[in-house]
Every structure is written in C-alpha cells, then in structure tokens.
Design a binder for this molecule. Structure first.
Ligand code: 9MG
Length: 266
C-alpha cells in the first residue's frame, strides 16, 4: 500500500502533493503511476493528517482535498484506491468517486461510521489508537500492550460484523506510533504474529515513523533503511499489507523475503 497524503502537514509527505491550498494533481498522478509500477496494489489517499499533534480538519476541507484525487486516479490506475478517513460523509463521497477500501485510524468509532461502511459494502481497515492525534503521544500507557490492542481490535471487528460487514472484508492494524511509546511499538512488532490469531489479515504502517528516529537517531529523510528493516520484520511476522512511502524499495525487500521462503533445500 503506497501512501498519498493530500495534506499540507502530514509528517512525511505533507505538502508534497499539495500546492497553493489544492491537491497538485499532476504530481499526484505521476507518483501514483510510479507507485503502482513499482508494485503497489493499493494507494492510500488521505486529506487529514493524523501525525502526533495534528489538528482535525473540517469535512468540506477533507472532501476538497481527496475527491479530485479519487476522480483522477480511478481512471489512471487499476490499484485499489483506499480512503484514509474517519468521517462517514467523506466515506460515502469517496466510494462514489471510486474508493475500494476504507482505512480508518479511528476503527469506525465515529458516529455513523460503521453503518456507512456496511452500507457501502467496502472492505475496511480498523486501526488501534490510544487517544486522539492531538494528544496521543503525551503519555501512552498500557498494562499489557499486546492484549489491550488485540481486545480492542477484536471488539471493533465484532461491532463491524454485527453491523453486517462480512468477516472477509475486515483488516486489522495495531496502529504503530498511535498512542504508543517506543517500547510499546517494539513489543507489538515483536509479537505481531499473535495478532494474526484473531483471524484477520494484518496491515502494518511503520514507514518513516518516529520509532526509527528513536532507535537510529535519523532525521525523516534518512529513515529508508529503518523503514525497510521494519517492513521486513512485519512481513516475516505475518503482515499482509505494508503501508509505505517507498514502494519500489519495499517491493525489493519483499521479493528477497519471498525468494528465501521459496528456496528448495536439497
Ligand atoms: C493513515 N495512517 C497513518 N499511519 C497509519 C497506519 O500505521 N496504519 C493505518 N491503517 N493508517 C495509517
């Protein structure tokens, strides 16, 4: 899954696809086509930054940012277009404009979100977050991070199934960096295979995140090696979808992992 943030303020690519208050459609088209050529099967398009400390944006602003991008990319690529949003009205509009997946960092907890997703009959990604983006990194605390994240995700999956979303349409995500310290993130990554026991595909978003800086001291532009190491670890522990900025490099890592898995030992 390649990341396309149509925001002025996302932590990594904020402002890159945004010019004079509007999505830069030419640049987005080029990047989307390049990501798909490099192996992305899904493009995740978001109009609201969820980086730590980010302020919420209004519904109209979110629509103005993402709708032209869906309208453009639905005819430019065969990749599944994923909407990164928590807002039911945005989900409905994006579905009409070609969205094929709803990626919600709030796990469809906003009023009307589960019902909208069920009505739209689209696959959903339910992510765990402790707190809200503006405050989530102030003092994250857990008794046992793995079991708390797992019970939350199970409860949200059950709520979706009760609302009529088929089990086969649900993906779960532990939400690396969302209300978690470095130790929480590492504990979740080390035990990611346990989350697979819930019986759903797992999405992992680790690309360029600040846990890399906490381990390596690297600035944003120098986090590719850390991102690739984390992508490999997540894939080895059973992640089915990796949400990444650097698609071509991650695809190489996955090819190498697959080659090792496929080796015939005489
Ligand atoms: C939108 N967004 C930013 N980081 C993310 C992550 O780790 N997972 C998911 N599902 N979405 C994310």
């Amino acid at each position: 899954m390649g990341v396309l943030n149509v925001t002025p303020d996302s932590f990594s690519d904020g402002g890159r696809w945004f010019s004079r208050g509007k999505p830069d459609l030419d640049a987005l088209r080029r990047e989307a086509v390049a990501m798909v050529a490099a192996g992305a099967k899904i493009l995740d398009i978001g109009g609201e930054s969820t980086r730590p400390g980010a302020a919420e944006v209004g519904e109209q602003q979110e629509l103005d940012r993402i709708l032209p991008v869906f309208e453009l990319l639905r005819t430019e690529t065969d990749a599944v277009l994923s909407l990164d949003s928590s807002t039911p009205a945005v989900m409905r509009a994006a579905a009409s404009a070609g969205a094929g997946l709803l990626n919600d960092v709030r796990a469809l907890q906003r009023e009307g979100a589960v019902e909208a997703a069920a009505e739209l009959n689209l696959p959903v990604c339910l992510m765990h977050m402790q707190g809200q983006p503006d405050t989530m990194q102030s003092a994250p605390a857990y008794g046992n991070v793995l079991s708390e994240v797992a019970s939350f995700l199970k409860a949200r999956a059950d709520a979706c199934i009760d609302a009529g979303i088929p089990r086969s349409q649900i993906v779960l995500d532990p939400g690396f960096g969302f209300g978690k310290t470095l130790e929480h993130n590492l504990a979740l990554l080390a035990q990611l295979d346990h989350l697979k026991e819930l019986g759903f595909p797992i999405l992992a978003g680790l690309s360029r995140k600040s846990l890399i800086a906490k381990i390596t001291g690297r600035e944003l532009d120098d986090r590719l090696p850390g991102s690739l190491a984390l992508a490999l670890l997540a894939a080895q522990r059973g992640a089915s979808i990796l949400r990444v900025h650097d698609v071509a490099e991650t695809a190489d890592v996955l090819r190498i992992l697959q080659a090792v898995k496929d080796v015939q030992i005489p």
